[in-house]
Write a protein that binds this ligand. Structure first.
Ligand SMILES: [Zn+2]
Length: 390
């Protein structure tokens, strides 16, 4: 957002040539006498902001940069130039320019402040506020036609300035001058009060920055946790599974879960399958065992068909022989396109145990009781034999 405001100011200055005679210079007079100042108009978002600056004698000064609400846009204060060389343009000026689709309003505000800036680095902000404003408005009058020549605001602005400047201290003009608080230096008491306000403002800003920092840290923490979860999912086919395969008797559910997971990953994981994944998954599967039909029916078409094919391969050629990551990826792609192009699976999936109460809860496997595969497992106390062996 800030970048856009800077760009709006830059582009307006380029288009209208509303810059001071010198882009930088040495400040004349006042507490910042002798210090260099560069023309750098900043768009101010808040209506009331305190600026703190240190003068060459290391004394701190506080300036109120205020853009109070105005009864209409013609009496709106558009900018301030401070003794420190700081130049602020109200965000309202950009809003008015946007409303009228006319950057001439920004050009006017910049031009007005550029006159103050020229004064600051040539003769100093001498004299009272009204004299300084009169100088600025008188110069503006000469260039107003160039700046607002095509502006839809032109008749109103022109009238305001003509009236103001002709009558010099006419009420209308004095009203503007009174509101334009910029060149006045605060007294010691005023500065002390401003410093208090500045400290409050900075504390509030620091609080916002801390909250931003905490939000950023928490977002990063969540991102790290997501990445760690993704890594552990890739490293371990089944959450909670024993990470040392074959070192102890392979639990039946681990084998089933491992193969199921392999098929699902081949079908749906954007990361795909690596050869190393196949070796790891099959390290959970006892060679040559027939798991056909032992799988719950919660698999989609692609995964269940692929699983059946993997099982068939495992039965015919124990281990992962003949199974490559390349084959899995191609086969999964073809199965996916089949299930997307037809409302019904073209290839029927393998028979699955007919469990009447759907969907099955996570299985709690008990120790094998007998040798036959379909007798070996119970599912929540119901043995596969009871629910129907294939
Ligand atoms: Zn002014």
């Amino acid at each position: 957002m800030r970048g856009l405001f800077i760009e709006a100011i830059r582009a307006t200055q380029e288009a209208y040539g509303t810059k001071p005679s010198m882009p930088s210079g040495v400040i004349h007079g006042g507490p910042f006498d002798g210090q260099r100042a560069a023309w750098n108009p900043v768009v101010q978002l808040g209506n009331d902001v305190i600026i703190e600056r240190e003068d060459p004698n290391k004394q701190l000064w506080h300036f109120r940069s205020e853009f109070p609400a105005a009864k209409d846009e013609y009496s709106k204060v558009g900018g301030h130039t401070f003794h420190s060389g700081d130049v602020r343009i109200s965000i309202d000026v950009l809003a008015i320019a946007y409303d009228h689709q006319d950057p001439g309003v920004i050009a006017l505000a910049l031009y007005h402040e550029s006159i103050h800036f020229d004064d600051l680095v040539s003769r100093g902000l001498r004299g009272n506020k009204e004299d300084l404003e009169l100088r600025a408005y008188t110069k503006m009058r000469k260039h107003a036609a160039d700046l607002i020549g095509t502006s839809p605001l032109q008749p109103n602005w022109k009238k305001l300035w003509m009236d103001s400047i002709k009558k010099e201290r006419a009420r209308n003009f004095e009203k503007i001058v009174r509101r334009d608080t910029n060149p006045i230096l605060p007294t010691k008491e005023e500065d002390a009060a401003l410093k208090e306000e500045f400290d409050t403002q900075e504390a509030a800003l620091a609080q916002i920055r801390r909250q931003e920092e905490m939000l950023r840290e928490s977002a990063e923490e969540q991102q790290r946790a997501r990445e760690a979860r993704a890594r552990s999912l890739r490293a371990q086919p089944i959450a909670g599974a024993d990470p040392t395969p074959r070192a102890q008797p392979v639990a039946a559910f681990d084998s089933v879960g491992a193969l199921k997971n392999l098929a699902q990953r081949a079908c749906w994981s954007p990361d795909g399958i690596l050869e190393a994944d196949i070796i790891r998954w099959f390290s959970w599967v006892p060679d040559g065992r027939n798991y056909f039909g032992l799988f719950p029916s919660d698999l989609d078409h692609c995964s269940s068909q692929l699983l059946n094919e993997i099982l068939a391969m495992n039965t015919n050629s124990p281990g992962h022989a003949g199974l490559s990551a390349d084959w899995l990826t191609r086969r999964a792609a073809s199965l996916r396109s089949l299930s997307q192009s037809t409302p019904y699976p073209l290839i029927p999936s393998a028979p699955t145990p007919a469990i009447s109460v759907a969907p099955p809860p996570p299985p709690r496997m008990t120790a094998p009781r007998r040798e036959r595969d379909c007798d070996r497992f119970t599912w929540d106390g119901i043995s596969w034999k009871e629910v129907g062996c294939p």
